[in-house]
Design a protein around this ligand. Structure first.
Ligand code: NAD
Length: 310
């Protein structure tokens, strides 16, 4: 079994590579290192089942594979807004290239989609049947609409070419190997707390998020890839436990023992008020639900950042 992981040197991708290498399959990690780093997969280098290729998926790729996990795409607003045209290209051209590859070699292919396809939702929690409320011309659109178009492409390749596809919609995931300074709320707060800086909350802090620990997310992605061919998704992957941003900041201050203060700044454009997955489908189809609670997950993530900052 040969498995391709695009975006494999990123946060989620590197944990997925770990699990795949552990399981004994051959792994080809494809990454252009835009937001990923070799450091994330350094421990896998030299492993007989692991290969790393520098490649931008907006260009075609030719290799043999049985399965493709398509994770390549910057995932935090700071990074995907840095070069929004390239972000859309990664989702759209990148998906076309990876779907083309899957079609040629008859591989099964999974798309890492996102809860952002729901935009600023009117339905709470979000089920997979909800079509979303997305601004097509805002500063987040390169990511949201790119991912929506990628889902369309996946389903059209399935309908038109009979390709074996799987689509997961991932909600906020956190854990070791998150970027130090990409502005995502968990890493932001942890780094600020560990450096003794003020924790910045955008808005009043009453907006809610649900946070899934990386091990749980990766387990669900692997289970989805293995489901029977008739089940395509999309399926929500996330932790339904909901916390306000203020509660998250307070938990991080408590666990780190930091003396940092909480300060408030204006909310950025199109920032969703609430985001919570309905995971009934994942529970039913993948026999999966998250196992790691926020305190435990934050503890492991904080240890990682402590080491990194030291
Ligand atoms: N982490 C989350 O909370 C979350 C939530 C929803 C969806 N996702 C999705 O999961 C995937 C992985 O996210 P992540 O959090 O690990 O982000 P990440 O930025 O750590 O990983 C993305 C990886 O893709 C690579 N990449 C970007 N553009 C590329 C291109 N054109 N060609 C080749 N490689 C490219 C980057 O270098 C990086 O290694 C993304 O598709 C993201 O949209 C993540």
């Amino acid at each position: 079994m040969r498995v391709v992981v695009t975006g494999g040197a990123g946060f989620l991708g590197s944990h997925l590579c770990d699990r795949l290498v552990e399981s004994g399959v051959e792994v080809i990690c494809v990454d252009n290192f835009f937001t990923g780093t070799r450091r994330n997969v350094a421990h896998l280098m030299g492993h007989l089942n692991f290969e790393l290729i520098r490649h931008d998926i907006t260009f075609p790729l030719y290799l043999e594979a049985d399965r493709i996990f398509n994770l390549a795409c910057p995932a935090s607003p700071v990074q995907y807004q840095f070069d929004p045209v390239q972000t859309t290209k990664t989702s759209v051209h990148g998906s076309i290239n990876m779907l083309g590859l899957a079609k040629r070699v008859k591989a099964r292919i999974l798309q890492a989609s996102t809860s952002e396809v729901y935009g600023d939702p009117e339905q709470h929690p979000q089920t997979e049947s909800y079509w979303g409320r997305v601004n097509p011309i805002g500063i987040r659109s390169c990511y949201d609409e790119g991912k929506r178009c990628a889902e369309t492409l996946f389903f059209d390749y399935h309908r038109q070419h009979g390709l074996g596809i799987k689509v997961v919609r991932i909600f906020n995931t956190y854990g070791p190997r998150m970027h130090l300074d990409d502005g995502r709320v968990v890493s932001n707060f942890i780094v600020q707390a560990l450096r003794g800086q003020d924790l910045t909350i955008y808005g009043d802090g009453n907006q809610t998020r649900s946070f899934c620990y990386v091990e749980d997310t990766v387990e669900a992605i692997l289970r989805m890839m293995d489901t029977e061919s008739g089940f395509l998704g999309p399926v929500n992957i996330g932790n339904p436990d909901e916390f306000t941003i203020l509660e998250l900041a307070q938990a991080i201050l408590r666990i780190t023992g930091s003396k940092s203060k909480i300060v408030f700044a204006p909310l950025p454009q199109d920032d969703p008020r609430q985001r919570q997955p309905d995971i009934a489908l994942a529970e039913r189809k993948l026999d999966w639900s998250p196992k790691v609670g926020l305190e435990e997950g934050l503890g492991k993530t904080i240890s990682y950042f402590r080491t990194l900052l030291a």
